[in-house]
Design a protein around this ligand. Structure first.
Ligand SMILES: Nc1ncnc2c1ncn2[C@@H]1O[C@H](COP(=O)(O)OP(=O)(O)OP(=O)(O)O)[C@@H](O)[C@H]1O
Length: 263
């Protein structure tokens, strides 16, 4: 059984069907990209999976357990983590303190915040930082880190609640190409090592084709294609949506990696 099973998910805002009967599976240990042009329904689907939006109908099963109707915090506790597009670390705290905070939050120890944070979960925090190659910068203030390193710390923070499923909303937005690749290579490593499932949106197509195991493509709320890079590159509906050419059966597929298409 797949870790995540999304079935017939529908969400309307007034007359707009932001998600229209969307179904997909995400097995353990897979990196699944959620693609589609602006307004396709990606954020809507994300926000339904983490409980921030309630669908009109459909089902979202995590390990066979229905998530619809549960509060976001309870979904998080079941093992659905999330990283955000906007860097979400506390800049005045050190790297290791930020991760300790996340661990304390997971263990419901926030009521002890008046104690020196140094006494809580330091070893666990350092172990997480080692996994994201940030142990050597543990004592630096988050405010002075390079952007790519902040994203690594965010990944460590997201891992603090031992997610089974990690939702990543445009993880490489604002990063230079070499940083983007490093972050996605790290994510891929974590997927393999921790048998983690990742669902991510991304507008950088080079990243998607290099690292995603599988892709699903939404357009106007509907899932129009699903498969590996080769399948998606050559899929007539995907080409139509991204290029609007209507020339769906050309011998040579246009190179989506350089098309500047927005995911
Ligand atoms: N809270 C809302 N109220 C009204 N309409 C909404 C709301 N949220 C989303 N929509 C509409 O639903 C559709 C899907 O939006 P959504 O944000 O899910 O798309 P997206 O694929 O994430 O787009 P983008 O890539 O631009 O972030 C759009 O037409 C959008 O205007």
């Amino acid at each position: 059984m797949s870790l995540l099973q999304v079935k017939n998910l529908t969400k309307s805002f007034g007359g707009v069907k932001a998600a229209d009967n969307v179904s997909f599976d995400l097995p353990r240990g897979q990196l699944l990209a959620l693609l589609g042009p602006n307004g396709a329904g990606k954020s809507t689907c994300f926000n339904m999976v983490n409980g921030q939006l309630k669908p009109n109908s459909g089902s979202i099963l995590l390990d066979g357990q229905e998530l619809i109707g549960m509060k976001p915090r309870n979904i998080w506790r079941l093992g659905v983590g999330r990283t955000f597009q906007i860097a979400a670390t506390f800049s005045s705290m050190t790297v290791v303190e930020n991760v300790q905070m996340a661990l304390m939050s997971f263990e419901r120890k926030l009521s002890h915040l008046w104690r020196p944070a140094a006494s809580f979960y330091r070893d666990e925090a350092m172990a997480l930082l080692a996994q994201v190659d940030m142990a050597s910068q543990a004592e630096r203030s988050c405010g002075v880190l390079a952007y790519g390193d902040v994203k690594r710390v965010e990944l460590a923070i997201a891992l603090a609640n031992q997610p089974k499923l990690l939702l990543m909303d445009e993880p490489t937005a604002g990063m230079a190409p070499n940083e983007r690749n490093a972050l996605m290579a790290l994510t891929k490593k974590l997927v393999v090592e921790r048998n983690l499932s990742v669902l991510f949106t991304e507008h950088s197509m080079d990243v998607v084709f290099a690292y995603a195991d599988r892709m699903i493509v939404l357009a106007r709320g509907q899932l129009i294609a699903e498969g590996d890079g080769e399948t998606i590159r050559n899929h007539p509906k995907v080409r139509e949506v991204y290029f609007g050419t209507g020339k769906t059966f050309e011998a040579k597929a246009p190179d989506l990696t350089t098309a500047g298409a927005h995911a």
